[in-house]
Design a protein. Structure first.
Length: 167
């Protein structure tokens, strides 16, 4: 997508960077984190981010984005199966020159457990994505809600990721 610059250089065109967050969520906690990260990314001028659940996007459409972020809840000490299956399907697309990040939601003392395994899966199956960050958000109980300040932290993570995208 191209946007026209404003001011004296109104004929100059600037390429808008596009990011997508693909997530899986059972109790909507991971969805809230995905949306907060997207809000942060969208605060960065020149970047546009959309959020899609795994079943809402075809893997071929990932080629249209400069950045791909993948996230899910921790299920049995690993990433949610629906996201892993999505990554398996995306592997045949042969993504190139993308940056990305991964995130999870967790309960108890399981911080970074699923997201670390998710990173390994992404690096193995989607080598065209250079991972530039990880985020892990605490959920207070199995069904939620999110712990205090997790959405604000996710938004800040999104802003920092958006800045990396335009550098």
């Amino acid at each position: 997508m191209y946007i026209r610059g404003k001011g004296r250089n109104h004929n100059r065109r600037q390429l808008m960077k596009k990011a997508i967050i693909v997530y899986e969520s059972v109790y909507e906690n991971t969805k809230k984190i995905a949306e907060a990260i997207s809000d942060g990314i969208n605060k960065v001028e020149g970047v546009e981010c959309v959020v899609k659940k795994t079943g809402e996007i075809h893997t071929d459409d990932l080629c249209d984005y400069d950045a791909i972020l993948l996230g899910c809840p921790n299920h049995n000490q690993g990433p949610a199966l629906n996201l892993v299956r999505f990554i398996d399907r995306a592997a045949i697309v042969h993504l190139k020159a993308k940056i990305g990040a991964s995130f999870d939601t967790y309960t108890g003392g399981n911080r970074d457990v699923a997201v670390a395994k998710l990173e390994t899966i992404i690096q193995e199956k989607l080598p065209g994505i250079s991972l530039e960050g990880r985020f892990s958000a605490k959920v207070t109980g199995r069904k939620g809600p999110l712990a205090d300040d997790e959405e604000a932290r996710a938004q800040e993570f999104g802003k920092e990721f958006g800045q990396k995208l335009i550098e």
